[in-house]
Structure formats: structure tokens, C-alpha cells
Design a binder for this molecule. Structure first.
Ligand code: NAD
Length: 362
């Protein structure tokens, strides 16, 4: 075995159906008296109910969490924290709500508890992406890590099937890229393969039976592991592309991951054979990229950047942006290679295939 460096990230995790009932106890465990709950506008009603159950431990609910953590929203949330006299925050929701909790923790040092309701995995990472003036910047700081994460499958039962599929593929992307990360290590490899296995088994069932609790639990478990992968090792071409495309063309986060993943994997296939074997093995497929494309199709995820709203005329700009400040990647990045990859993803062609042959090998 080759030598490696492993950095464990501190986290206290409560996993299991009904674990939300322990939120009050966890707030007490951290020595907090009054916490501000955070949510998106869409989840405000269910989070208000959770606040009521906490009685005087809840200082209120701030319901403005927004995709990509705009600094203007964070500033309003900081004012709400101060006005409520809160000594901690509880983020209940997906990556957008978790991002707001992290942004508050970064600026105030207040402890946070996160209750994830999607598969994005942000709660396991020291990464925070924020937007200001239309520009997204990403930082890494251990100060944004939650003190406690409560994974209660009951909160994921209402995640619509289409969102479950793309959110699950977003999680899978973290695990896939961890397997060929420059700083990969055998511990994270184990978690990555297990995450892919759990998600690949669960997602097709969830889109057919969204209230299947056993499969929902498997998906949440896979998402947790995938989040650890994202937080522990460096990501590569796939995450760089999604970051770039999402920012430049205002594309939806999880959907962009779902479209790009098989193409990024096909691009790297020859340069990372061990990772490809691990991905294929965990998927139960012969080929990693084709297996990921087949899974995406099976769960009804979008398959082209065109359908997500990227203009065809944006292709050259996307290539330029992807080449600027590239992340480490097993296969060197070339303009021609990236052009072919993005063109295939835009058209919904087979991964590694000819953009003129839509779905040729799917
Ligand atoms: P999201 O948090 O934006 O949620 C999408 C929508 O689904 C929202 O309207 C939300 O209210 C709703 N929703 C969430 N859970 C639900 C449920 N159980 N039932 C019904 N509706 C529900 O989406 P996301 O994909 O979880 O997060 C995306 C954001 O997270 C992006 O801004 C992305 O950059 C960030 N992210 C950050 C990291 C990190 O490590 N920093 C990792 C992954 C994602």
C-alpha cells in the first residue's frame, strides 16, 4: 500500500428514523439556551412546527435561505440572530440552508446543528460557497463545520422524486471524484465505494416509491458518506465543470451534477483505471461512465445541459472557464478534450461519444 495522509473531520452524527426528536437534547448538550432555526421559504411551515416543539429553546425561524448563499441574505440572518438573542443556529434543509448556517457560524462563531433534508452533503464539509455581486467565491475553514448533524429519514420522505434523483446523483459525484482525487486515501476510498453502492441501490426505488423508508435511509446514509468524501479530499474536473457551468449560465446545482457526471468520468476513464473499476464495481456495472449514464436515465434525471437552459453559444466560454485555475485531475485538461466533453453533455450524447449521436450508448 502506498503512503497517504488522512485528515479526519470532527462531527457528531445522530442517524436514524425519529432522531429529530433528540434535537432539544442536542441543543442542551451544546449548552445552548435559544437557537434560531433556519430554512428556505418553501420549508418554512414544517420548520415552524419543529420550532414550536422546541418551545422556549427556539428563538424563531429565519426562512430566507437561498441557493448559493447570497451575502445579502446572510446579513439579514445575522440581524435576526442578534434581534432574537440567539446563542446558536439550527439549519433544517438542503445545501442552501446548510450554507446559510455555515455563513453565520463563520462570522459569529456560534455553534450550529444541521438537519439535512436532501442528499447534498454540505453538512460534512468545511467548504462554504457564497455569492456577492453575481460572483461566487468558495472558502475552506473548519469554523463552518456543524457541531452536530441529525440525519432523520422522516424529513427526506417529502423530497420530490425528481429532486431526490438529482440530489442523489450530486452526492454520488462527490464519492466518484474522491476515488481519483490527488490526495485520495484508503479510508475515504472505502466510504466512497460504500456511498456509491448505497445510492445506486436506493435511488431507482425512491423514484418509484418515494416513501420507501428503508431505501430513503440507504440514500441518506450514502449521502452522508459522500459528504465526508467531499469534505476530506480534493475534487477534480467534474466539480470544477459544475461550479463553472452553474455560475456562468445560472444552471441548477444538483441537475448540473447529474448531467455532467458520466461525461467527466468518461473523460478520466483511461487515466484512472483503479477508480473506474471501483465505481463500476459499486454500481454493479461493467463500465463506470456507461453505468452512471444508465443510472441517471433510470431515475429520470435530465441528460443534457441544453434542457437545463445552457445556450449552445456558451460552449467556448465554458471551455475557457474550465481551463482557468483548473482543479487537479487525473487526465490533463485540453481545450479540445473539454470542448468535446461539454458539447456531448450539452447535446445529451453518450459519455465519451459523438455529440451528434444522442444517447448512442445509453
Ligand atoms: P437546496 O437546499 O437549494 O433545496 C432545493 C429545494 O428543495 C429548496 O426549495 C428546498 O426548500 C427544497 N427541499 C429540500 N429538502 C426538501 C424536502 N425534504 N422536502 C421537500 N422539499 C425540500 O438544494 P441542495 O441541492 O440540497 O443544495 C444546493 C446548494 O448547496 C447549492 O448552493 C450548492 O452550492 C450547495 N452545496 C454546498 C456544498 C458544500 O460542501 N459547501 C455541498 C453540496 C451543495
Amino acid at each position: 500500500m502506498r503512503g497517504f495522509v488522512y485528515n479526519g473531520l470532527p462531527a457528531r452524527v445522530l442517524f436514524g428514523e425519529g432522531s429529530l426528536a433528540r434535537l432539544g437534547e442536542e441543543i442542551g448538550r451544546l449548552g445552548l439556551r435559544r437557537v434560531l432555526l433556519l430554512s428556505t421559504p418553501q420549508q418554512g411551515g414544517s420548520v415552524a412546527e419543529i420550532a414550536r416543539a422546541l418551545r422556549d429553546r427556539a428563538a424563531g425561524v429565519f426562512t430566507e435561505a437561498t441557493m448559493h448563499t447570497p451575502v445579502a441574505v446572510t446579513e439579514r440572518a445575522l440581524a435576526a440572530v442578534a434581534a432574537a438573542g440567539a446563542d446558536g443556529v439550527v439549519a433544517i434543509g438542503g445545501g442552501s440552508t446548510t450554507g446559510l448556517g455555515k455563513a453565520i457560524a463563520l462570522r459569529t462563531g456560534l455553534p450550529q446543528i444541521v438537519v439535512p433534508t436532501t442528499y447534498a452533503g454540505s453538512e460534512m464539509t468545511p467548504i462554504l460557497g457564497e455569492t456577492e455581486g453575481g460572483v461566487k467565491t468558495t472558502l475552506r475553514n473548519l469554523a463552518v463545520l456543524p457541531r452536530t448533524v441529525i440525519y432523520d429519514v422522516a424529513l427526506t420522505l417529502g423530497l420530490p422524486p425528481a429532486l431526490s434523483a438529482v440530489s442523489g446523483l450530486n452526492a454520488m459525484a462527490h464519492a466518484v471524484e474522491a476515488l481519483y482525487a490527488e490526495d485520495r486515501n484508503p479510508i475515504v476510498d472505502l466510504m466512497a465505494a460504500e456511498a456509491i453502492r448505497a445510492l445506486a441501490g436506493a435511488l431507482p426505488v425512491i423514484v418509484e416509491r418515494p416513501s420507501d423508508r428503508a431505501m430513503r435511509a440507504d440514500a441518506l446514509y450514502g449521502a452522508w458518506l459522500a459528504g465526508i468524501c467531499l469534505g476530506s479530499v480534493g475534487m477534480a474536473l467534474h466539480h470544477k465543470l459544475c461550479h463553472t457551468l452553474g455560475g456562468a449560465f445560472d444552471l441548477p446545482h444538483a441537475e448540473t451534477h447529474a448531467v455532467v457526471l458520466p461525461h467527466a468520468v468518461a473523460y478520466n476513464a483511461a487515466a484512472a483505471p483503479d477508480a473506474m473499476a471501483a465505481v463500476a464495481g459499486a454500481l454493479g456495472a461493467e463500465d463506470a461512465a456507461a453505468g452512471l449514464a444508465a443510472l441517471a436515465r433510470r431515475v429520470g434525471a435530465p441528460t443534457s445541459l441544453r434542457e437545463l437552459g445552457m445556450p449552445e453559444a456558451g460552449l467556448e466560454r465554458a471551455v475557457e472557464l474550465a481551463l482557468a485555475n483548473p482543479y487537479g485531475n487525473p487526465r490533463p485538461l485540453t481545450a479540445a478534450g473539454l470542448r468535446a466533453l461539454i458539447a456531448a453533455a450539452w447535446a445529451g450524447a453518450a459519455p465519451g461519444g459523438d455529440p451528434g449521436q444522442k444517447g448512442a450508448r445509453r
